[in-house]
Design a protein around this ligand. Structure first.
Ligand SMILES: C[S@@+](CC[C@H](N)C(=O)[O-])C[C@H]1O[C@@H](n2cnc3c(N)ncnc32)[C@H](O)[C@@H]1O
Length: 272
């Protein structure tokens, strides 16, 4: 799809809310929507950028990728104001890329932020620990399985206004009439597990998973039990069996006790 169609679609989809926020941007002298021969460009208001990056809880070892990076404001703010170690912005429009590179130079962060021309639908996302996107729902829905397949559990994904299909956000907030959504990429835990406790007790665990939502049951010596209050956040899973709490880290086909967790220790679970 041509970039013009995509951003024109964003104009239509955000209707009154976007019209209002663009109008207020123009009235206070910020950059307004700029249109080139090929691309209609809608910058995110700075307060929304700041809230997005605050929600991401960036750390120095984070690498952020911004898809459709425009003038570079998200990637630049991530390293300049919010502590990210490095960032990469990808945009189809070479004019935007040149502008973003200049802005990174001016902000003094060109050594930690790169901008590359490319199609976001072909981008390699595997190196990112944080992904930001401001695109149409249709693009986001296409991105959803790519994110779940290629990004590491624990990666935070943030969007402005648009969602990721049926995958419900973990957190949403309204800023300047727009909505910021955040998801954490979940580990794959659905299936059967053999859990062995420190004293050698064995439990058969069955987990059903839909994105980050999990439900499950356990069977110990033939007796069925509920997996109480199961929660999955990235690769951390927690649940209780018969009032005993387990906090674990999913490592492929194993679950091991999470570091620093002072709940039940000395157990492990193996996928079967
Ligand atoms: C709504 S603007 C958002 C700009 C910026 N992220 C911001 O929030 O200020 C969308 C941007 O995505 C870019 N874009 C559109 N389609 C794209 C594609 N398939 N691959 C990469 N960039 C694309 C456009 O050039 C434009 O800069």
């Amino acid at each position: 799809m041509a970039p013009f169609t995509l951003c024109a679609g964003i104009h239509r989809a955000r209707t009154a809310t976007l019209t209002m926020s663009l109008a207020s941007l123009m009235s206070i002298g910020h950059e307004a929507a700029a249109t080139t021969a090929n691309v209609s460009y809608v910058p995110i208001p700075y307060p929304v950028v700041e809230r997005m990056l605050e929600m991401a809880k960036l750390q120095p070892d984070d690498h952020l990728i911004d898809l459709g990076s425009g003038d570079g404001r998200i990637a630049i703010a991530a390293v300049k104001n919010w502590n990210a170690g490095s960032a990469l912005g990808i945009d189809l429009d070479m004019e935007r890329i040149a502008e973003a590179r200049q802005n990174a130079e001016r902000a003094g962060v060109a050594d930690r932020v790169r901008f590359e021309q490319g199609d976001l639908l072909e981008a390699d996302l595997s190196e990112a620990s944080v992904l930001t996107v401001y695109q149409l729902n249709a693009k986001n829905i296409w991105l959803q399985p790519v994110i779940l397949k290629s990004m590491n559990p624990g990666t935070r994904v943030l969007t402005h206004s648009f969602e990721l299909g049926e995958w419900e956000p973990d957190q949403s907030d309204t800023v300047e009439g727009g909505t910021v959504h955040m998801w954490t990429v979940p580990a794959t835990v659905g299936g059967k597990w053999q859990l062995t406790t420190a004293d050698g007790t064995e439990a058969l665990i069955l987990i059903e998973q839909s994105y980050q939502r999990v439900v499950g049951s356990a069977e110990i010596e033939g007796e069925p039990m509920m997996l109480a209050e199961p929660r999955l956040n990235g690769n951390e899973i927690r649940f209780s069996i018969d009032a005993q709490q387990f906090v674990g880290r999913v490592e492929g086909d194993q679950i091991v006790p999470a570091e620093g967790a002072n709940e039940t220790a000395g157990w492990n679970a193996q996928r079967i």
